[in-house]
Design a protein. Structure first.
Length: 154
């Protein structure tokens, strides 16, 4: 879904503001709350064909990184990054050793990352509806992606 289509569907202004946030989500959370990042996993793993196609089919091994971003101990964002090993080796090595450091700390302080695509979607879980976005970036013409699901029910 495009940004315009997403804006037309989202009725909650708070959710719209999260989806259209252009800066680091981590800074937005920490501006008003005690920020915490919980690293759920960070490992070379298989990804489905849709993800491979989004990044480019001939990308090789991919590091999958999943985190929860919390504000005042409450989960605010689930994020999943797919970073091809080739992107780490030939694009920007710090992408391979983030650990508990927020990816946004690197993405927005370096001028080497180019945002080339953003997709928006809603997700239904039981009686809740959540919104998210997936962004594709390039660093030295090598891809990686970040998906964020905002854990605000509307």
């Amino acid at each position: 879904m495009t940004y315009k289509e997403m804006i037309n569907q989202v009725k909650n202004d708070s959710i719209k503001s999260w989806l259209s946030e252009s800066g680091p989500i981590t800074k937005r959370i920490s501006a008003n709350e005690n920020f915490e990042l919980n690293l759920l996993r960070e490992e070379i793993d298989e990804v489905d064909e849709t993800e491979k196609k989004y990044l480019g089919n001939s990308i090789g091994d991919i590091k999958v990184r999943e985190v929860l971003l919390l504000g005042n101990k409450v989960p605010k964002v689930y994020a999943k990054s797919l970073i091809p090993v080739k992107t780490i080796r030939k694009g920007f090595s710090k992408l391979g050793s983030l650990g508990t450091k927020p990816l946004g700390d690197i993405l927005f302080e370096k001028n080497i990352f180019n945002k080339i695509d953003v997709m928006y979607s809603s997700f239904v879980h039981e009686d809740s509806i959540f919104w998210g976005r997936k962004t594709k970036y390039l660093v030295k013409n090598l891809p990686f992606s970040v998906m964020e699901i905002f854990l605000i029910d509307k």
